[in-house]
Write a protein that binds this ligand. Sequence first.
Ligand SMILES: *Cc1c(COP(=O)(O)O)cnc(C)c1O
Length: 395
Amino acid sequence: MTIPMSGADIGDAEVDAVVGVLRSGALSIGPQVELFEAAAAKVANTSHGIAVSSGTAGLHLGLIAAGVTPGTAVITSPFSFVASTNVILYEDAIPVFVDVQGTTGNIDPQLVAQAADALAAGGVVASEWLPPNAVTPVVLKTILPVHVYGEMADMTSISATAKRHAVTLMEDACEALGARNDGSPAGSCGDAAVFAFYPNKQMTTGEGGMIVTSRDDWAALFRSLRNQGRDVHDAWLRHSRLGYNYRLDEMSAALGLVQIRRIEELLANRARVAGWYHDRLSGIDEIVIPPRPSASERSWFVYVVQLGDDVDRDQVMRELQDRGVPSRSYFEPIHLQPYIRERFGYRPGMYPVAERLGRISLALPFSGTLREAQVEHVCGALRAALSSSDRRRQG
Ligand SMILES: *Cc1c(COP(=O)(O)O)cnc(C)c1O
């Protein structure tokens, strides 16, 4: 039995839609992008969707709209895919990491509040929250929480902090299309949010991303920035500002439009697979598993279990592989990535919760197209690997 780590759910409708674009001759700046944007805004309960070439591109433009410039600060999570911090570095700004919650891996809202207060106070108080190599003073420009694994960060609390300090709030919702927090959909809680459509996400466009916002001023700015800085009323070769080519092409948008129209079905399929895992793994003492799908507002992006602190994860991964089961360690904390350490002077031990999660987390094969027999096989292989790990420890 071969088991893929992840996989997109592409049907005939998707294939037909892409072929239709190819036959139409309108391959960029056409109707598919507009339809896709409207559908995405609806899912996020916002007034605007702005399609872009990747989630990373969308986050980059979000920070530009937030006024992030060299030397300013962005409060964000060290437990994320590296793109959420890279975009801060694109603008030569300073990522101010705060640690995460051990249960969800999401940024700790209390620490966000403390960090924002400290940065506002300045001086020594602020420097305790800054990277070791950063020079004070810095001005906080925006807060960028990440909805890790499809579960939203505590947006009620974080948005209260943003309001109190009169800074904007961006959601990295790249892993959370369709998720909710106290009933509010991902994408609706900040000044802007970004979804991503790489093939392992809940829905795909191949490569691609989407900014959603209810701010008219930001929506217009995003449309300009993604299109070489051209304003709507600019003549074809007239550019009002420095921009980028972050456009999404029509083939990708056509694919995305079919996928987003199927989003309820795609999410339900993923939740069903998560349920199969839940049924089979909930009896195992050695691991901590995510909440039961029916009891959660999560949009299932990955299925990640936490191993015991004394389990040799590499060995477990090797034994899974021997049984044909791929797995991944999620995430290596961002502050310990080599170039981030070198630039900002971070050391192990500075964000202990993120670091522990980075050591014990294991992502199992996951997609909406996995079959129950495949999940059964993965769980059998995991049980075997854990019991051989038990035996090794007992000696
Ligand atoms: C996938 C992802 C991104 C980036 O998306 P791309 O489309 O690959 O650029 C950003 N942040 C997080 C948390 C992600 O999981």
